[in-house]
Design a protein around this ligand. Structure first.
Ligand SMILES: NC(=O)c1ccc[n+]([C@@H]2O[C@H](COP(=O)([O-])OP(=O)(O)OC[C@H]3O[C@@H](n4cnc5c(N)ncnc54)[C@H](OP(=O)(O)O)[C@@H]3O)[C@@H](O)[C@H]2O)c1
Length: 329
């Protein structure tokens, strides 16, 4: 931990503060004819992206846990916009449901060009899922990992595909420990649990980016700004009171997140940019602990085992690309 704190550079911190004050960049690119899979599209950051993508004529595949809520949203979108919208149900605390949703998308959705993982939670208490995973780690990291990993064969059929993981400056809280991913050995706090899940996701983004280097798929992570949303509403009344009365006063409108996701998913200047972390639309250096590639490599293996994706898939199409990929592995 101390090692990582010492690695923080003043210049990087200044950069981060500067980026936070900067206006996000916009794209005017149409998404006509493209299909985006968006997880977490029923609220906050994901919902903002859904609406912006629909305005730009993107076809949408929503992954949600609440059927009533997502059905209502699909109806609204179909009345308001020309795009087609379908939904799949999956509760991200149940990895089996995530596998099933991915399998159905692979079978039923003709093409996927964009994948956005925005489903996420922050919990002040340590809660284990019915499958035995710490719930924040499960929802914020393991479930989006499965979706990303499994949808790659579909994304590979697109002429140019982009994956964006909605991450957070909260990764800077750290809390990540490769020997205690499931919080059995340490005292849990909300910030550390959240930081651990977001750190894990960043470490996995660099691993995915390496493996996808010889494909037409890019993968990046982004911090969606400090915006008004429903995050934390699963916590107790004191937390919610503090969030509503104090924190939310300084939060921005969530439209900046949706517009930034549209920029990251469509800007021509980002067509080959992969393996980066963006503060909204501005590239930024993540915290040193999230750049530890040795730990990332260990995490990759552990994640495949935890998620039941134990055999390494090679997605590259030609033999030459496979050889290149094997060199990386
Ligand atoms: N808001 C911010 O300032 C901020 C800052 C940094 C990072 N982020 C990140 O942005 C992402 C979106 O958060 P948000 O702020 O937009 O929060 P939000 O308004 O609470 O939206 C969270 C989304 O995730 C879905 N979700 C939560 N638990 C789920 C589960 N078990 N299974 C399936 N879906 C689930 C929610 O579905 P329901 O609609 O059914 O609840 C909702 O669609 C998260 O990854 C968060 O870490 C947000």
């Amino acid at each position: 931990m101390l090692k990582y704190i010492r690695e923080y550079k003043i210049a990087d911190m200044k950069d981060m503060i500067r980026n936070t004050k900067k206006q996000h960049l916009r794209s005017m690119e149409s998404l006509q004819g493209k299909t985006a899979v968006i997880a977490g599209g029923t609220s906050g950051v994901g919902l903002s992206a859904v609406r912006v993508f629909a305005q730009y004529n993107c076809n949408l595949v929503l992954i949600a846990r609440n059927e009533q809520k997502v059905k209502k949203l699909v109806d609204e979108l179909q009345n308001e916009f020309k795009c087609t919208v379908v939904y799949y149900l999956a509760d991200f605390t149940i990895l089996e449901e995530v596998h099933k949703a991915a399998e159905r998308i692979l079978k039923e959705v003709p093409s996927v060009d964009i994948l956005i993982n925005s489903a996420g939670i922050h919990s002040t208490r340590k809660i284990y899922t019915q499958e035995g995973f710490e719930s924040v780690f499960c929802v914020n990291y393991l479930a989006p990992f499965i979706l990303t990993y499994r949808l790659i064969t579909k994304l590979q059929q697109s002429p140019a595909a982009r994956i964006i993981q909605v991450n957070s400056q909260g990764h800077r809280f750290n809390g990540f420990n490769i020997n205690d991913l499931n919080w059995k050995k340490r005292i849990y706090t909300g910030l550390r649990g959240y930081g651990a899940s977001k750190t894990a996701q960043l470490l996995s983004v660099w691993e995915f980016a390496d493996r996808l280097e010889h494909t037409q798929i890019t993968i990046n992570a982004m911090h969606p700004g400090e915006v008004k949303s429903n995050i934390g509403s699963n916590n107790g009344p004191l937390y919610r009171w503090f969030h509503d009365k104090v924190v939310s006063k300084s939060l921005k409108d969530v439209i900046i997140s949706g517009e930034s996701l549209h920029y990251l998913a469509s800007a021509p200047e980002l067509s080959t940019v992969s393996g980066k972390y963006f503060n909204l639309t501005h590239p930024e250096k993540p915290a040193p602990h999230a750049l530890d590639r040795e730990t990332g490599a260990l995490l990759w293996g552990k994640t495949l085992a935890l998620t039941g994706l134990s055999s390494e898939k090679i997605w590259m199409s030609s033999m030459e690309e496979k050889i290149q990929c094997l060199k990386i592995l």
